[in-house]
Design a binder for this molecule. Structure first.
Ligand SMILES: Cc1cc2nc3c(=O)[nH]c(=O)nc-3n(C[C@H](O)[C@H](O)[C@H](O)COP(=O)(O)O)c2cc1C
Length: 161
């Protein structure tokens, strides 16, 4: 599925997923757009957990910084995020809900500290209504440094390279 116009949409709180995005981009050379919460998540791990839990429990969709972006002008969106509480980070849910992903192919990738993708891909299907969601690439923290071959296989399997 060689596509003409690719975009990487990325949320990375502490830099791990950003590293994977950079490796993906060694192969596909796409534009990168960062999702940023208007009120940033706290830097500290415990404080970030607390804020995420508050938002998850209250079904809060936190505001993100608006960027000029027409998702519909892309063929494929590579969506990178850290797994939080076995789900998507709340601000990623906000971004998916507020943009029009109908007919867009989403290639999801994530990093996590060992518990895997959890429910996050189901949430992509739920919040990016009408998108076609491909097989996820999921990388644990310990695999990041040597992730390049796995990334290559993932891209080859969906015929991006
Ligand atoms: C608020 C929060 C929740 C997390 N929840 C999970 C989780 O449910 N499962 C898991 O394996 N790792 C979890 N982690 C670890 C992150 O997914 C992991 O460190 C990831 O690589 C961070 O990516 P980033 O540096 O791009 O933000 C959590 C981290 C934070 C800060």
């Amino acid at each position: 599925m060689k596509t003409d116009k690719n975009l990487i949409i990325l949320f990375s709180h502490s830099g791990n997923t950003e590293k994977i995005a950079e490796m993906v981009n060694e192969y596909i050379a796409a534009e990168v757009v960062n999702i940023e919460a208007v009120v940033p998540y706290p830097k500290g791990f415990q404080a970030a957990i607390e804020e995420m839990s508050r938002q998850n429990k209250g079904k809060v969709l936190p505001d993100f910084k608006k960027v000029k972006l027409d998702i519909q002008s892309y063929d494929t969106v590579f969506l990178g995020y850290p797994v939080w509480d076995s789900r998507l980070p709340p601000v990623v849910r906000s971004f998916l809900r507020e943009n029009d992903f109908r007919g867009i192919t989403i290639a999801p990738f994530n990093t996590h500290k060992g518990y895997g993708t959890g429910k996050s891909v189901n949430e992509i299907r739920e919040f990016a209504e009408g998108a076609k969601v491909l097989e996820v690439l999921s990388i644990s923290e310990g695999e990041i440094a040597s992730a390049l071959p796995k990334i290559k296989v993932w891209l080859e399997e969906s015929e991006f390279i």
